[in-house]
Design a protein around this ligand. Structure first.
Ligand code: ASP
Length: 326
C-alpha cells in the first residue's frame, strides 16, 4: 500500500507518540532552536522530511557515524515516487530526462558528488562511492552512471507515469523555458551531528523541473548546496540553485560561523548576501540551514514558506524559517 506523504505528515504531526511537533521559529530573536543541547546527536533537513530524519536518527541513536546517517536519511526521498524533486519520481528536464545531482561530505573534509546523472536512483550513495573509491570529488553524466553500474548499482527508469504526464502537460503550454519551482522545492539537504560530535552533510535533487538538458544546480557543488567543516559546523541550501551557486552560500555560512557568527546570523547573512548582490526576482526562493559544533542551528530564507525538519532528543520538529521578504 502506498503511504502518501501528505497523510504521513498529518498523522505524524498529530500523533504525539510519533514525536513530531510542528512549531514556529521566532524571527526576531532568531532563537529558533528549542533543543540545542550540546553533545547530543542532531539531524536537520530542508523541508518536511520526517521520514528521512527518522532514518538518519536511527543511525546516530545507535552511535553510528553522521556520514552514515545523512546517507540513510536522504535515500528516503530518493526512493519516494511522490517526492517530485528528488530521485525516483523527480520531474524531468525539458527533454523528458530525469537527471540527478547529489553530494556528500564527511567529518574529515572528504567529499564526493555526482552531477547530471541518469538512471540511478540513489545518487547520494554514488556520490559517497566517488568520495571513498576514487581520487576524485565529482563525476558527471554518463561517466557517473557508468561508474555506478560498475559498482553494482541498478540502472532504472526514474521517470514515473505521474512525472511523465506532468511533463507532457507542461509541454502543451510551455514556452520551452525551464521553470523554477517557486512554491515548493523538495530538494533535500541534510546535516547530522553524531554522538561523537562529528558533523556530516548530504544534498540530493533532480533539480529544477523542466530545466535545460545538461543544467546542473547548486546541490552537488561542495560549498554551494552543502558544506561541512567539522571544526566549525555545516550548512546546506535549497531553492534557486543559480543564486546559491553565485554566492557559494553553504561555504559562506560556515566561514561566517568560523568568524564568530551564530548559526542563525550566518544563515541570515548568506541569504541577505543573495538579496543584496544578486537582486533576485520576487518569485525566487532560497532557504539555508546551518548547525554549529554546539548543536545550535539556524534557518533563513528569501521568501516565507521555507520549512525544515529538526530531530534531537527524541523529538522531531517541523519549523518555519524566518524570511527576508514577508
Ligand atoms: N537547489 C535545487 C537546484 O537548483 C532546487 C531545489 O532546491 O529545489 O537544482
Amino acid at each position: 500500500m502506498k503511504f502518501s506523504r501528505r497523510k504521513f505528515l498529518k498523522t505524524g504531526t498529530l500523533a504525539t507518540t510519533a514525536g513530531v511537533v510542528a512549531c514556529q521559529t521566532d524571527p526576531k530573536s532568531g532563537k529558533s532552536n528549542p533543543h540545542s543541547t550540546a553533545g547530543t546527536p542532531l539531524v536537520i533537513s530542508t523541508w518536511k522530511q520526517p521520514k528521512a530524519n527518522a532514518a538518519a536518527v536511527a543511525v546516530v541513536e545507535r552511535r553510528g557515524r553522521a556520514l552514515d546517517a545523512v546517507e540513510a536519511g536522504v535515500r528516503v526521498p530518493e526512493a519516494d515516487p511522490n517526492d517530485t524533486s528528488v530521485g525516483y519520481g523527480g520531474r524531468p528536464d525539458r527533454d523528458g530526462h530525469v537527471t540527478l545531482d547529489a553530494c556528500i561530505m564527511d567529518e574529515n573534509g572528504n567529499a564526493g558528488s555526482v552531477t547530471f546523472m541518469e538512471g540511478i536512483m540513489h545518487a547520494v550513495s554514488v556520490a559517497r562511492l566517488v568520495m571513498e573509491k576514487t581520487p576524485h570529488v565529482m563525476l558527471s553524466g554518463d561517466g557517473a552512471t557508468q561508474f555506478a553500474r560498475q559498482n553494482g548499482f541498478k540502472k532504472e527508469n526514474l521517470l514515473t507515469d505521474d512525472s511523465k504526464k506532468a511533463w507532457e502537460k507542461w509541454l502543451e503550454t510551455a514556452d520551452y523555458k525551464p521553470v523554477a519551482n517557486i512554491e515548493r522545492h523538495d530538494t533535500i539537504g541534510m546535516l547530522a551531528i553524531d554522538a561523537a560530535g562529528n558533523i556530516s552533510g548530504a544534498c540530493t535533487t533532480s533539480g529544477m523541473a523542466y530545466k535545460l538538458h545538461g543544467r546542473v544546480g547548486d546541490s552537488p557543488i561542495i560549498g554551494a548546496g552543502m558544506y561541512v567543516d567539522n571544526e566549525i559546523g555545516g550548512a546546506c541550501a535549497t531553492g534557486l540553485g543559480e543564486l546559491v551557486l553565485r554566492t557559494l552560500s553553504s561555504f559562506l555560512a560556515v566561514e561566517l560561523m568560523r568568524q564568530g557568527s551564530t548559526p542563525q546570523q550566518a544563515a541570515e547573512e548568506a541569504v541577505k548576501r543573495i538579496a543584496r548582490k544578486l537582486k533576485p526576482t520576487d518569485d525566487s526562493q532560497v532557504g539555508i540551514l546551518t548547525v554549529n559544533k554546539k548543536g545550535e542551528h539556524g534557518a533563513y530564507s528569501l521568501q516565507k514558506g521555507f520549512n525544515y525538519t529538526i530531530s534531537q532528543n527524541g523529538t522531531t520538529h517541523i519549523l518555519d524559517a524566518p524570511a527576508e521578504r514577508q
